[in-house]
Design a protein. Structure first.
Length: 214
């Protein structure tokens, strides 16, 4: 399905008080993957220019079960706190579990990692590329919300390219780095070395507190 055939529409909306502050949550449907993706909106995004945005992919193992194998839960919490303190912004929560391969295949990849595979090798062994996610739906969600340009909270250049290819202007990139733990350090190094993520990994990254204070 090409971009001309993709249809995204707003389905439901409500205000939601959270431990990070109060947000407006908008659910979108689409005819591509038929999943419900969320926009978590803080404050007034009225002019649609230079809006702080985080594109975040679902991670049940981290966000629900507290897995230490990745930094997804911490990235989500940090993004929500940042947006609340800034007074406006959006987290697009995309239902793209396991970099798009789904929960079951993600668990299969985890099992391979126990045998010594890194995340990229495990995906390839299962017959997948290292990352199946796409960002055209995210760009369409932003357009429906009236957003024209963003300050993107990301370490992933593919997210920048995905938005720019869909005519969303990325004014700046805001790093969102999490201090590694002994379990996820290899995962993060693999993201940097094999998937092109912009991570310092010990070379004086921006600390949590610095990001939240900016």
């Amino acid at each position: 399905m090409n971009n001309q055939d993709i249809n995204v529409w707003q389905y439901s909306e409500t205000n939601l008080p959270t431990r990070h502050g109060e947000f407006r949550v908008v659910v979108f449907h689409n005819n591509l993957d038929h999943k419900e993706h969320l926009a978590i909106i803080g404050g007034d995004i009225g002019d649609g220019e230079n809006i702080p945005v985080r594109i975040h992919s679902e991670c049940l193992t981290s966000e629900v079960l507290g897995s230490l194998k990745c930094d997804c839960r911490e990235q989500l919490s940090t993004a929500l706190q940042y947006i609340f303190r800034k007074g406006r912004g959006i987290v697009l929560y995309l239902r793209q579990e396991g970099r798009g391969i789904g929960l079951g295949n993600k668990i299969r990849a985890y099992a391979l990692q126990e045998l010594g595979f890194d995340t990229v090798q495990a995906n390839h062994h299962l017959g997948f590329p290292d990352d199946l996610r796409r960002y055209d739906i995210a760009a369409m969600m932003l357009k429906l919300l009236g957003v024209h340009s963003v300050s993107l909270l990301t370490n992933n250049p593919k997210k920048i390219r995905g938005l720019e290819e869909a005519s969303i202007v990325v004014k700046e990139r805001i790093p969102i780095e999490i201090e590694p733990n002994e379990i996820n350090e290899l995962y993060l190094r693999t993201k940097a070395q094999k998937s092109g993520h912009l991570l310092h990994l010990g070379n004086h990254p921006m600390e949590f507190e610095q990001l939240l204070e900016n």
